[in-house]
Design a protein. Structure first.
Length: 139
């Protein structure tokens, strides 16, 4: 029974570590680099690749901003490490110490990213890109 709990906990830790490793490869700098490549490109080509925006803003100087928004709620699984039982022998006395296993996980995170793509209405060329959020990342 204890070994099954240990194996399950080890598997959970390995899966969580692998996910963190994969996520660790994604960065805001890579996201910025992808957006920068779109400067002076066609807004129609951008929409073809990214899809339609969540919102549109009319700006001054005959410009428009397409707004792309993404929000997610992510939860980590709740795991309890197995109980640790230690036996201490002192002469004729035996003491058994039971330490409850640590509880890990169970957190909920809110992830979001909003991206603004500004283009000139006459030329249909992208003139600026910007973003904000804690999940504006690319691999």
């Amino acid at each position: 029974m204890i070994w099954q709990n240990i194996k399950l906990s080890i598997k959970s830790i390995l899966v969580a570590s692998m996910i963190l490793l994969i996520i660790g490869c994604a960065t805001t700098a890579k996201y910025r680099a992808i957006l920068d490549q779109w400067h002076e490109q066609s807004i129609d080509d951008f929409v073809h690749m990214w899809g339609y925006p969540n919102n549109t803003l009319k700006l001054e100087d005959n410009k428009t901003a397409y707004v792309y928004s993404d929000k997610q709620i992510v939860s980590t699984p709740l795991n309890q490490m197995p109980t640790n039982i230690t036996t201490v022998q002192n002469g004729n006395n035996t003491t058994i110490i039971s330490t409850p296993g640590a509880i890990i996980g169970g957190q909920t995170y809110s992830l979001s990213c909003t991206t603004w793509i500004v283009f000139d209405n006459k030329t249909k060329k992208i003139v600026n890109t910007t973003f904000r959020g804690n999940n504006c990342i690319a691999y």
